[in-house]
Write a protein that binds this ligand. Sequence first.
Ligand code: AMP
Ligand code: TRP
Length: 326
Amino acid sequence: MARQRVFSGIQPTGNIHLGNYLGALRNWVALQADYDCIYCVVDLHAITVPQDPAAFLVERGNAAKVLLAMGVDPRRSLLYYQSRVPQHAELAWILSTIASTGQLNRMTQFKEKADKAGSNLGLYSYPVLMAADILLFRADAVPVGEDQKQHLELTRDLAERFNARFGEEFPLPEPIIPKTGARVMSLQDPTAKMSKSDPDPAGRVLILDDPATIRRRVKRAVTDSETEVRYDWEKKAGIANLMEVYSLFTGASMQQIEAEFGSGGYGRFKEAVAEAVVAGLAPFREAYDALDDAAVHRIMEEGAVAARDRAVPFMEGVFRRVGLSA
Ligand code: AMP
Ligand code: TRP
C-alpha cells in the first residue's frame, strides 16, 4: 500500500520558537519515518501582514535553515517555498469560489489579526490558501499546533463541498495535534500562547537562543505566588506550562515531575527546566551553524522543482472536474 501523505507549513516570519517546535515541528521530523512528507515554508501567507522586502528575504532563508537544522531531511521529504509553486495560489482561487464568507468571518485567527493589524483581503482569505496547500497534495494528515484546528475544519469542509459538487477528488485531511505541547504558553503571560508576533521577546524561547538567554527567560517566567510544583492548568498555568516543556524534553511524566520537584521550590524546578531546554536545543544550534546559505538555497530550489512536478497533474485533475480543461 502507498504510504499516507503528510503536509504542513510554517510562516517564515520572526524566529522559530519553542511553541513551534513542541506543537508542530517535532512531529514534522518524527513523521518522516513513516509518511510521504511535504513541508512548505509558507511565504505567501506571511505577506498577509506587511513585511520589509529585504529583511523578509533574509528571514525566509533563515527559517528554511532552521527547519533543516532541526531534522527536516530533504532526501526523505519535500521542502520548498510556497511562492515557488504557483499551483498553491491557483487552487486557492478555485476553492475561494466555494468558500462561504460566513464561515471565513468566524475564523478566530483572522479576527485577532485584523483587530491588531487592520484587515486586507489576503488576511481574510488566508485560511482558503491554507486549505489549498493541504488539498493540492491530497494530504491525509497535517501536523500542527492547537491554534490551527479551526483552519483544518475549514479545509475539510471545503474538501467535502468540492467533492459533493464536482466529484470525489480530495481525501479529508486529519490534524495531528500532540497531547502535550499543542499550545505552549508565553513565559510572560501564561494565558496567551507563545507567539512570534508578541512584541515582548521575554515571552518566548527561540530555537537558536544561546544558553544564557534560555536560562534567563526560563528563570524569569511568570508563575504564581505558591511554591508547589503541581500540574494544574486552572490554578497554576505558568507552572503547568513549564512542566509540559520539561516533560517533552526529558520524557518525565507529570507525576514524576511532581514527585521530584513538588515541594522543592520554583527556583530549583526552573533551573532543571532551563538545563533541559538548553541541552535539547543545542544540537539544532550546532547543525544550523554548520549549514551554508548556498546549500540551503539549492535545497529549496530543488524542492520546488519536485513539488511542481507533483502539483501539475494534481491541478489538471481539479481543472477537469471544474470544467476548465477537457
Ligand atoms: P506559525 O508560526 O504560525 O506559522 O506556526 C507554525 C506551527 O507552529 C503551526 O503548526 C502552529 O500551530 C504551531 N504553533 C505556533 N505557536 C504555537 C504554540 N505557542 N504552541 C504550540 N504550537 C504552536
Ligand atoms: N496557518 C499556519 C500557521 O499559521 C501555517 C500554514 C499555512 C499551514 N499553510 C499550512 C499549516 C498548511 C499546515 C498546513 O501556522
